[in-house]
Design a protein around this ligand. Structure first.
Ligand code: ZN
Length: 202
């Protein structure tokens, strides 16, 4: 399986990192080794001094497709959750300055937290609130209605380049409010009123 991520999908977040808002989705991938195993702690990696959390709605692809048209895109996933796209911001900034790919800043081991999946039919996907709590305080919150590219557009566009397969995950971008995690932080991910993950940073 693969993990497809979209960058700069919330304008307030693009602004906070001084990025321009792209016309087309900016995609990047994480390998399956990026997934943090369930109930494991996240260990701060030695190669970075500034790991950021990015809380994002995650879609789980339920059937294979290529060149999916936007009007059918919502048939390609049944379940959603919240995830974290952990990012080595210091590495990413250096790589971006040089015009190099960000891979090592985004796709490293355990950089993808994936919560417990929920049936998408329970929710209004156009008005889906989510949040990340850090040490019992809300650190980041968002709503799917703030996305620049909606789920249909993301799936449709991604499938022009990457054949989607059952079990693939799509991280749909982070809202404003990203920040650093430190040792002993406790993170909880929520979609509406459901807690979907709880992890400790070590
Ligand atoms: Zn992200």
């Amino acid at each position: 399986m693969k993990i497809i991520c979209i960058a700069r999908n919330y304008s307030e977040h693009a602004k906070e990192l001084n990025n321009e808002i792209p016309e087309n989705p900016v995609f990047f991938l994480k390998p399956d080794t990026a997934i943090l195993p369930k109930d494991k702690n996240f260990y701060l990696p030695e190669f970075s001094n500034n790991i950021h959390y990015e809380a994002e709605i995650v879609l789980k692809i339920s059937k294979a497709g290529k060149y999916i048209q936007p009007e059918f895109a919502m048939n390609y996933f049944n379940q959603i959750t919240l995830g974290i796209d952990f990012t080595a911001r210091d590495l990413q900034s250096t790589l971006k300055e040089k015009g190099h790919p960000w891979e090592i800043a985004k796709a490293f081991d355990h950089s993808a937290v994936v919560g417990n999946f929920l049936e998408k039919n329970k929710f209004d996907l156009n008005n889906l609130t989510f949040r990340l709590d850090k040490n019992q305080k809300t650190a980041q919150k968002g709503n799917s209605n703030q996305m620049i590219h909606d789920f249909s557009k993301i799936i449709s566009d991604a499938s022009r380049f990457f054949t989607l397969k059952t079990g693939d995950l799509i991280f749909t971008g982070t809202p404003a409010g990203v920040g650093q995690v430190l040792e002993d932080d406790e993170l909880e991910g929520w979609i509406e009123n459901e807690k979907v993950f709880e992890i400790s940073v070590k």
